[in-house]
Design a protein around this ligand. Structure first.
Ligand code: SF4
Ligand code: SF4
Length: 439
């Protein structure tokens, strides 16, 4: 009884902290020049983290590992209810302000100024604010994933990996490079996801401004895109990047985890997926080629056409798709909309995974009870159950190897494996009803 009371008081405290933090952030955002933006803003961020962590601990650690998804369809926040729509609109609104009206975020940008000075020795801007919020989301919700999947070694290591790459490679290291007057560079993002890293303008900028380090950055980007990616995907499938390294995947696997069941499993969704993602990859390859041809010809062949290509891509795909839709729609469309429908890196890795990889998910079909847990929690909308029922291995271009299908399967039917490519598509032999003599 006393424990129940304590639980109630701490839950109340967690929600109160969240409410006060939102108030502080709103004051920071809308307050006049007379308020202390730094005190209000940093208090808001600190309380948001404290309240979030407290509630995560109470809801996840107190719940048995087998009951983590209980009530997921009864809770409006995780089943497209009113609160999910409110959160979706708030997130989308934040992206709209970030991309098109950054001045309206000035209060928050001022609040994080000391952190920016400390890390980057540079004034804060909207991108520093965004990077900070993004990293906090991965860290705090990383604790959620660590507690929720605490009995699964694969999930624990994978979650630590995405936290490490987001914090170290996508936030601290680029900031430190700026502090030492070096070009800002993200070592965990490569072409074609970071499409401009192999554009002639970026390459010449890095070579001119970064000296030896700039040369290494260009070398690193090219080697990772054209050598390491195919080799690592051959051995481990696309999971080495999409579920272990990439920041977009990192956010989806942590902050997006409560929404993974919302992914569309219909055939129509799969047809849209194929119809959109591969043309986007084609577009970025074409744009890169055009830019290089243009650069070599001194701009005489295409004029500014290739530059226009690059700018349109940056606007429609880089901003609207990856940010506004990709993250803003988490609470209503699931956590991997961008990875599934828009990411050129996912398309590139997917082709490699499907045709030149040792990765597969094997299914022990005879054990499957058709409960459908695996399909429900597949964030990429793959109908895993269908494969399990046939005893067929799952070799899909879109599978990011998150391993959640195997985690939620009550019968241990699914296993993520790297094995010989020969007979990779061969399934297990199902035991037919007539082949079993019970008495
Ligand atoms: S099939 Fe399994 S491992 Fe692949 S994306 Fe879906 S849940 Fe993750
Ligand atoms: S979760 Fe396991 S038992 Fe349930 S349908 Fe999927 S493979 Fe079959």
């Amino acid at each position: 009884m006393a424990t129940n009371k304590l639980y109630f008081y701490f839950t109340y405290l967690g929600y109160s902290l969240l409410a006060i933090s939102i108030l502080c952030l709103l004051v920071t955002l809308t307050g006049s020049n007379t308020i202390d933006h730094i005190a209000w803003g940093l208090s808001g961020i600190g309380l948001l983290m404290a309240g979030g962590l407290l509630l995560i601990f109470l809801t996840r650690a107190n719940r048995h590992v087998a009951h983590q998804n209980n009530g997921i369809w009864q809770n409006g926040a995780t089943s497209r209810g009113f609160s999910a729509w409110v959160l979706g609109i708030a997130l989308t609104g934040f992206y709209v302000l970030l991309y098109w009206f950054p001045d309206s975020l000035q209060g928050l940008i001022t609040a994080v100024e000391p952190l920016s000075r400390l890390l980057r020795n540079k004034a804060a801007d909207q991108w520093f604010l965004y990077g900070l919020f993004y990293t906090i989301a991965v860290l705090v919700m990383g604790v959620w994933a660590l507690l929720k999947y605490r009995n699964n070694r694969y999930q624990l290591i994978r979650t630590c990996s995405v936290i490490f790459f987001q914090l170290g490679f996508a936030f601290l290291l680029p900031g430190l490079l700026l502090a030492f007057n070096q070009p800002e560079f993200y070592f965990s993002y490569f072409w074609p996801l970071k499409y401009d890293y192999l554009f002639p303008g970026t390459v010449s900028y890095l070579l001119e401004n970064g000296q030896a380090l700039g040369f290494f950055m260009v070398f690193w980007g090219a080697i990772l895109s054209f050598l390491a990616t195919p080799v690592l995907t051959y051995f481990y499938g696309k999971r080495w990047y999409c579920s272990w390294v990439c920041g977009c995947g990192g956010l989806a696997e942590t902050a997006g985890d409560p929404y993974r069941q919302l992914s569309d499993k219909s055939k129509k969704a799969w047809q849209w997926e194929v119809a959109i993602i591969y043309p986007i990859l084609g577009f970025i390859i074409l744009t890169t080629l055009l830019l290089w041809i243009n650069s070599w010809s001194g701009g005489s062949i295409f004029g500014d056409l290739s530059g226009g290509f690059a700018r349109s891509y940056g606007f429609f795909i880089g901003s609207i798709f990856s940010g506004v839709v990709g993250v803003g729609f988490y609470p209503v469309m699931g956590s991997r909309v961008w990875c599934r429908f828009g990411c050129p890196m996912a398309a590139y890795l997917g082709i490699l995974q499907k045709y030149f990889s040792r990765f597969r998910i094997t299914t022990n079909g005879a054990q499957c009870i058709s409960c459908g847990n695996c399909s429900t929690y597949c964030e990429m909308g793959i109908d895993v159950r269908w494969y399990a029922q046939q005893g067929e291995p799952i070799i899909r271009a879109s599978c990011v190897g998150c391993g959640i299908c195997a985690h939620v399967c009550p019968r241990g039917v699914l296993k993520l494996e790297n094995g010989p490519t020969d007979h990779r598509y061969q399934g297990t032999t199902l035991i037919s009803r007539d082949a079993v003599t019970i008495l």
